[in-house]
Design a protein around this ligand. Structure first.
Ligand code: DAH
Length: 332
């Protein structure tokens, strides 16, 4: 009894393989699939009929029929991919009537956009853009800014120190303020500069702290510069970035390189949010670069463009700026 079924299976196999050899289109292959593997196909009939066979034969025929089924399924998959790739090869001309696809165009990073906007606002007020090195000497990052070694104020700037055979005073700048000293050292007053750049801190990250970030430093030194100039300049800056009616608040704050020192906040939906530190340049800083402290005064300020962008664009986590996720980056 089982012999008959096995012979049938062999016949199906031979016929199926021979048919398959003559196929060259997806439609023909689909007919083949229906004929040999479909619900009404010969093979399915045999599988359905197994329960009517004597018990001993069921196992033999069942095993063979299932083997054939999976081998035909494999043949089908193979033939399908051969036909598909063959069709692909047959494309021997380009359809020039197809509409073109737009290539993806890159864009500036949101930090870069914000930096440019802020720097531009100060350029318009007569500040010249200057950039400095991210690797800095302790002298400029701290000493010349009135932050001597062992002064507790250094703790405010958790520092990444660099290993070097020739220097034990190299670090990744913790702020852009060292450029105050470098610019004044090289130039006589009047000085009016805006300094964007990358800074680094040995700090744990969270939604509002990154271990690397951008800062923008500003410095103006001349005869007769007063705190009113500081306020006027920063008011103007806020107007340019946040609109003409934004409320601003100054509070006393401490930074070793300014006296008096302030922080400036803007009104943010009824809350005060701090956006920068500022103050009148400390006479010790002017003295360190050889400026006549009787003749010259100045103001300085420093801000984080990522923080400003967070306010402007309602971004809640500063780490987004550096996590390289295009879904974030392409929004701003
Ligand atoms: N360098 C300061 C910081 O990183 C920011 C700052 C505050 C810069 C006051 C200034 C300033 O120029 O006057 O926290």
């Amino acid at each position: 009894m089982s012999d008959k079924s096995i012979n049938q299976l062999t016949a199906i196999k031979l016929e199926a393989l021979s048919d398959l050899g003559n196929l060259d289109s997806i439609d023909q292959l689909e007919n083949w699939r229906v004929k040999y593997l479909g619900r009404k196909g010969n093979l399915t009939n045999i599988l359905r009929g197994i329960s009517t066979l004597p018990v001993d034969d069921r196992k033999i025929v069942g095993t063979e029929a299932n083997k054939l089924r999976s081998s035909l399924e494999e043949e089908y998959e193979e033939a399908l991919s051969t036909i598909k790739s063959g069709q692909y090869d047959q494309v021997d001309s380009i359809d020039i009537t197809l509409p073109g696809r737009k290539p993806k165009i890159g864009r500036l990073h949101p930090s870069t956009n914000m930096i440019r906007e802020i720097v531009h606002a100060f350029n318009e007020m007569g500040f010249q853009t200057v950039e400095g090195s991210e690797i800095e000497l302790e002298k400029y990052n701290f000493d010349m800014l009135n932050i001597p070694a062992d002064h507790p104020a250094r703790d405010q700037w958790d520092t990444i120190w660099l290993d070097s055979d020739s220097h034990d005073d190299l670090l990744l700048r913790t702020h852009t303020s060292p450029m105050q000293a470098r610019v004044m050292e090289k130039n006589d007053p009047p000085v009016r500069v805006i300094v964007p750049g990358k800074c680094y801190r040995y700090e744990a990250t969270d939604a509002t702290h990154e271990w690397h970030f951008n800062q923008i430093e500003g410095l103006a030194v001349d005869e007769n510069i007063t705190f009113a100039d500081l306020k006027g300049t920063l008011y103007e800056f806020v107007k340019k970035i946040f609109g003409p009616s934004r409320k601003v608040r100054f509070r006393c704050d401490f930074f070793p390189f300014v006296e008096p020192g302030v922080d400036m906040s803007i009104d943010w939906n009824g809350r005060w949010i701090e956006i920068l530190g500022a103050g009148m340049v400390h006479p010790k800083v002017l003295d360190a670069v050889g400026y006549d402290t009787e003749k010259y005064t100045g103001f300085a300020f420093g801000m984080g463009p990522e923080r400003i962008s967070m306010l402007q664009n309602e971004i809640t986590d500063i780490r987004n700026f550096y996590s390289n996720d295009l879904r974030f980056l392409s929004q701003f």
